[in-house]
Design a protein around this ligand. Structure first.
Ligand code: NAP
Length: 757
């Protein structure tokens, strides 16, 4: 029996892409094991399902979007919270814990959760522990794991007046926590027979019952062999999963390998280096703290008599996409053009979409999203590897395992109940995403080779955090890479549906101006090439840019000696057989040039970052037609950078023509791989510093607006630093004062960024 409200707390999430929600769900799972009663809610349910004014203890997990903005789901919540009329003690009774998620590659890191934190404090709420802000640039897990594993539950229990070794009904907390993290101790090898794993089932009351004969349990032997049952009407039903095994938690005691496994023998005489599949002492020899195995919750049933027409299925079960301003429409790719030379390091393509049937309008600087699909080859690879190819296209029904231990278990809304395995893997699940540690932990249970099992345990353990970052997250490896490297790992396919995140659309800036080209939308992108190596067995292309380039294959396969001829060729092709892609326009956008033409513009966009500025300049050219006094018009500067003048100077003709017509007062271009070291500017920020006198006068005296578009990882930061440096030098200010001046521009929305990592 629980004690009325004493162990209850409100658990809120403000999610844009599902990360904050997933973390809040994990908090909910773990809270119960800590004897707590979470009341889980999306912040959008404010004043419908919860009232902050009535709460005394709240945990909030919130993500950040755009330039530090609230997720779409948090707009109403935030509007109410920031009402100026609220008294200072409005939330005086509230105690809270806050976890913010953000990405420091973007301006205003965790701005929204930080604002919420500040506002809660202003309204009298008290922090139970200091707020935590996790950074996706270094891996959210770096901050989230210690927060989840060590901080919140002891703090919550203490705050709620529960002792940290007893549940609210007086039982021992250890007893109530059957799935707490396990310790994997290699020194327990004496307990094992013939170097095999011993699996112990830990019963709910905490007593442990060693598995009689030390053999692999049912769970491990059954999981990859679907049970074939007759449904009684000649339809074969295959039940995936061994639910029973997953309802129980396990402490695994792994043997130290007394004999080297095959890969070790191969490596015996080579220089041994750590990599994805191999560790060295001390990690390979230490005891490991591994997370509890996430409970299984989905079960699949196939009907091989029914081949589903997946074309009739709504895209991702009609579950809304984040940031969508419009519905999804299929539009025709009217033309494709290669913008770079054959010898360019990257191939840039410009595509023109015919959006005349959609009724959409867009502003220069707006972006839109393309709903992409995973490459067929990779989907086939997974289906084959998991031995479910024969069920790939028949009707598959998902249900929640009735006796699952997962709280609030539900079929992910974007999957829907009915589909096919191929359909979900191709269109709905992000099969390329880096497997989370919980997923790796679940994979351990489906891996038979002891060496591979141990390595997967290491990668999801506390002790192996650095290896997880180095060998999985940094090289951006996905599930296929893991499966190809760990050959004895064969998870049931339902595990993928439980753990793989949703495949999200990819966004691109419009390159054109709607007023100049009504009914058309141009955009540009580099085809992303991802080489093999660092654990990646095969080279790949980016999911969306790869999909687009293969749709326009006739163009790309031809020798690109005469670009215009090839463009015409694709035009003819697309007329015969329209190539269509599903797209939608994005909302909440602010990367727009000021309507007032007297405001000077400084635009910085190396590589494809120049995309939105073509639209800016097209619009400006149009607007200038109705201006009689050109003297009143502000200056326009564009800093563009690429590698070589003759290979990747994209939009060269357009930019030079804008400069000739004085739509662009200053076109400053630099080539990063042409000038010998030390001669001339290499990058846009070097060029900016060469013109620091003009630039600083424009921003500090003529109220110029700055627009930066392109790479978030390095360029955007370096450019901001260059502005600081320029102000420092030109005005004789200290670095701090110069930083404050740039910060002021950011706050006053005179320094805009549209950066992508
Ligand atoms: P890129 O070809 O990789 O690079 C363009 C130029 O930038 C090269 O000369 C490169 O020099 C240089 N560069 C490298 N590091 C730099 C730094 N720290 N500061 C300044 N310049 C630097 O560019 P890209 O692939 O087109 O990338 C542009 C970025 O814009 C991508 O992140 C893309 O996602 C983003 N973006 C795309 C769109 C779109 O709609 N497609 C819109 C907005 C933004 P070296 O290689 O010689 O070092």
């Amino acid at each position: 029996m629980t004690h009325g409200k004493s162990n209850r707390f409100l658990l809120l999430y403000a999610s844009q892409t599902g990360q904050a929600k997933a973390i809040a769900e994990e908090v909910a799972e773990k809270a119960v094991k800590h004897g707590l009663r979470p009341d889980l809610n999306c912040v959008s349910n404010t004043e419908k399902k919860f009232w902050l004014e009535r709460e005394s203890c709240t945990v909030l997990v919130s993500s950040t979007t755009g330039e530090g903005d609230p997720p779409d789901t948090a707009l109403k919540f935030w509007k109410r919270l920031k009402k100026k009329t609220l008294p200072d003690d409005h939330l005086g009774h509230l105690n809270y814990i806050l976890l913010g998620l953000g990405d420091s590659n973007y301006t205003n890191f965790c701005n929204f959760p930080k604002n919420v934190d500040q506002r809660l404090t202003e309204l009298g709420a008290k922090k139970i522990i200091p707020s935590t802000f996790a950074d996706d640039a270094v891996g959210l897990e770096v901050a989230v794991e210690p927060w989840m594993d060590d901080q919140i539950f002891p703090a919550l229990r203490k705050h709620l007046g529960l002792s940290n070794d007893q549940t609210s009904d007086g039982n021992s907390l250890a007893d109530s926590d059957p799935e707490a993290s396990s310790v994997v101790d290699p020194d327990h090898m004496q307990d094992t027979l013939n170097n095999r794993s011993v699996t112990q089932d830990v019963h709910e009351n905490g007593s442990s019952m060693p598995d009689g004969d030390n053999t692999v349990t049912n769970a491990e032997s059954m999981d990859n062999q679907p049970v074939i049952e007759s449904s009684g009407n000649d339809t074969q039903t295959i039940l995936d999963d061994a639910e029973e095994s997953d309802a129980k938690s396990k402490v695994i005691i792994e043997a130290n390998q007394t004999e080297p496994c095959t890969s070790e023998l191969q490596l015996e005489n080579e220089d041994v280096e750590e990599n994805l599949v191999r560790s060295l002492p001390p990690l390979s020899e230490c005891s490991l703290n591994i997370p509890a195995c996430p409970p299984r919750f989905l079960s699949l049933k196939y009907d091989q008599d029914i081949q589903l027409n997946v074309k009739s299925l709504p895209i991702q079960n009609n579950y809304p996409f984040p940031s969508a301003k419009t519905d999804i429409q299929r539009v025709t790719i009217a033309s494709a053009e290669v913008l770079t030379g054959c010898d360019a390091l990257k191939t840039a393509l410009k595509l023109t979409l015919d959006i005349s049937s959609t009724g959409w309008r867009y502003e220069p600087g707006d972006s839109f999203s393309i709903v992409c699909v995973n490459p067929d080859h990779e989907v086939d690879q997974l289906l084959n590897r998991l031995e479910v190819f024969e069920y790939a296209d028949c009707l598959c029904e998902i249900s929640v395992i009735e006796e699952t231990k997962k709280r609030n278990a539900a079929i992910p809304a974007y999957l829907g109940e009915n589909g096919t395995l191929r359909y979900w893997l191709r269109t709905t699940l992000d099969i390329r995403s880096v497997p989370k540690k919980a997923f790796l932990r679940a994979l351990v249970e489906h891996t038979t080779d002891p060496g591979e099992k141990r390595r997967l345990q290491e990668l999801c353990s506390k002790q192996g955090a650095d290896h997880y970052a180095r060998f999985l997250r940094q090289p951006n490896l996905g599930l296929i890479d893991v499966l190809l490297n760990f050959s004895s790992c064969k998870p049931p396919i339902a595990l993928l549906l439980e753990h793989l995140p949703r495949l999200l659309p990819r966004s691109y800036s419009s390159t054109s101006c709607f007023e100049v080209k009504p009914g058309w939308l141009d955009f540009v992108f580099n085809i992303i090439e991802i080489p093999a190596g660092s654990g990646r067995v095969e080279a790949k292309q980016g999911i969306c840019t790869g999909m687009l380039s293969s749709l326009c294959k006739p163009l790309l396969q031809s020798t690109c000696t005469n670009v215009s001829e090839l463009t015409e060729h694709v035009k003819t092709l697309s007329l015969k057989e329209p190539i269509q892609i599903p797209v939608f326009l994005r909302g909440n956008q602010s990367f727009h040039p000021p309507a007032d033409l007297s405001i000077p513009l400084i635009m910085i966009g190396p590589g494809t970052g120049v995309a939105p500025f073509i639209g800016f300049l097209q619009q400006r050219e149009l607007s200038l037609q109705s201006v009689s006094d050109r003297g009143s018009v502000g200056e326009t500067w564009l800093f563009f950078g690429c590698r070589h003048k003759d290979r990747d100077f994209i939009f060269r003709n357009e930019l030079e023509s804008f400069a000739e017509k004085k739509v662009l007062s200053h076109l400053e271009v630099c080539f990063s791989r042409e000038s010998p070291e030390g001669c001339g500017p290499r990058y846009v920020q070097d060029n900016l510093l060469l013109h620091s006198t003009d630039v600083v006068t424009l921003i500090l005296e003529n109220s110029a607006e700055v627009f930066v578009c392109g790479d978030a990882n390095n360029m955007a930061k370096d450019v901001k630093q260059a502005f600081v440096k320029a102000i420092e030098t030109e005005k004789g200010l200290s670095a701090k004062e110069a930083e404050a001046a740039v910060f002021d521009m950011l706050m006053n929305r005179r320094y805009h960024e549209d950066v992508w990592s």
